[in-house]
Write a protein that binds this ligand. Structure first.
Ligand code: TIU
Length: 226
């Protein structure tokens, strides 16, 4: 067993082994990050999420170079909406509901242009893409089985949005025994205060859900490996 890579993080140093870790990119889809998608129909300013893209591109490139597992997720539903509970479909007063036709295709529907991952972070061959109907990446997906099969124990977590799909996934992962490191500049929220408190909530109480660090600390750890 080789020495773990060490990342300066809150609440203390995060150690991980490349062969037993995965980079998770949560829902970096046009539907959340670009105008005309699900995020905007909920009344959000999607430009808030754009700042995540440049640092996440760097993290993705360095992680690929290091040979670590990369897993992308996409939130969305079957075209007949059979996997979308009425509670989700009917919630609130969006300008368009899930399944309605939008400028990037039907809102949050698998196979539509808006549902897919943005070009800048498009998966390459060999990377897993997990389609999920909920906010958490473990609920109603194969993610748990995939991680077990690959003997992955640590997750480097990125994506959107911090307090919704990132938080839900980190909480699910934490309860399943995974050590999660959330990269603070590679997760984004439509709300500045949720970003701040969302990150604090993860590392508080001695790391109640996991660890938090800027991507520069993670990149440093990758560069320092022998
Ligand atoms: N609305 C919002 O902030 N997020 C979501 O609906 N899904 C994800 O976070 N991916």
């Amino acid at each position: 067993m080789s020495d773990p890579l060490l990342v300066e993080a809150e609440p203390y140093v995060y150690g991980f082994d490349l062969r037993h870790s995965a980079l998770l990119l949560i829902d970096m889809q046009r539907d959340f990050v670009e105008p005309g998608g699900f995020g905007e129909t909920l009344g959000n300013d999607v430009s808030m999420l754009q700042q995540v893209v440049p640092p996440l591109r760097e993290v993705l490139a360095a992680t690929r170079k290091a040979g670590m597992t990369v897993i992308h997720t996409r939130e969305g539903h079957l075209p007949d909406l059979s996997d979308c509970p009425p509670a989700k479909l009917n919630r609130g007063a969006p300008s368009m509901r899930i399944g309605d036709p939008g400028p990037k295709g039907r809102i949050l529907i698998r196979g539509e242009y808006g549902h897919d991952i943005i070009d800048e972070l498009a998966p390459v061959q060999g990377e897993l893409v997990i389609d999920k109907p909920g906010k958490g990446a473990f609920y109603a997906t194969d993610l748990g089985h995939v991680l077990q099969a690959k003997d992955i124990r640590s997750l480097i977590v990125t994506g959107v949005t911090t307090e919704v799909c990132v938080h839900t996934t980190v909480r699910e992962a934490n309860d399943r025994g995974y050590d999660c490191l959330v990269l603070s500049d590679c997760v984004g929220s439509y709300f500045a205060e949720f970003q701040r408190y969302g990150l604090q909530m993860i590392a508080a109480q001695g790391g109640i859900f996991g660890w938090v660090a800027p991507s520069s600390n993670y990149l440093k750890a990758l560069e320092a490996r022998s």
